[in-house]
Design a protein around this ligand. Structure first.
Ligand code: ADP
Ligand code: ZN
Length: 210
């Protein structure tokens, strides 16, 4: 199954992608992670992406599409994949349709005020991609990743003014994609719950994977 997870920043797409990846045995691919890796490695693309990300703006479509195209050419995606954070514009959605065919698009809905609460406590693992929350999903040991033992960090673009801009960008540029997939009969909607496990139940139910 080729699946897309859509939703505002901090909706919990990454967390649900982790669950779905184990359940469906297909890789989850986050363009945000791919970009952050490129920035850490200091590649040309990483350097170009940096200023956009720091401000909470979208990285230009060509850069992200090329990065994704390369990732999708790897053989572990042959039986399917989960996209987290892509597409983020209608142009990206159209380009994606020329690269592969998408089966389902799950929109994970969470209100803006909830997003602001969540992102202020978010802690991430740069090594394995796991994410935590100081209140809602604390790691067993303070600031240490349960999965891989790396030290957790706060994402630079999780500061409040940047988060507000990411939300504005989401509503203006990404949300219209829902209509694109609705018209093609591929849109499924799940509402994010307070408990991660309740959201997972809802996601599996909506996708018919119970
Ligand atoms: P979140 O979903 O919490 O905003 P991501 O890790 O998905 O976090 O993305 C972080 C940043 O990376 C975005 O704010 C944006 O600048 C950039 N980015 C990620 N995916 C895309 C994309 N498909 N198109 C353009 N920019 C992207
Ligand atoms: Zn980790």
């Amino acid at each position: 199954m080729n699946l897309i997870l859509l939703g505002p920043p901090g909706a919990g797409k990454g967390t649900q992608a982790e669950v779905l990846q184990k359940r469906l045995n297909i890789p989850s691919i986050s363009t945000g992670m791919l970009l952050r890796n490129a920035m850490e490695q200091g590649t040309q693309l990483g350097k170009e992406a940096k200023e956009y990300i720091a401000k909470g703006n979208l990285v230009p479509d060509v850069l992200v599409v090329n990065l994704l195209r390369e990732r999708l050419s790897q053989s572990d995606t042959n039986n399917g994949f989960i996209l987290d954070g892509f597409p983020r514009t209608c142009a990206q959605a159209e380009l994606l349709d020329t690269i592969c065919s998408i089966d389902k698009v799950l929109s994970l809905e969470v209100k803006d005020e909830e997003i602001l609460k969540r992102l202020s406590g978010r802690r991430v693992c740069n090594r394995c991609g796991a994410s935590y929350h100081t209140i809602y999903k604390p790691p067993k040991q303070d600031m240490v990743c349960d999965n891989c033992g790396a030290v957790l960090s706060i994402r630079e673009d999780d500061k409040e003014e940047t988060v507000l801009n990411r939300l504005t960008v989401y509503h203006s540029q990404t949300e219209p994609i829902k209509e694109y997939y609705r018209l093609r009969g591929k849109l499924y909607i799940a509402y994010g719950q307070e408990e991660v496990s309740d959201t997972t139940k809802e996601v599996l139910r909506v996708l018919g994977l119970e």
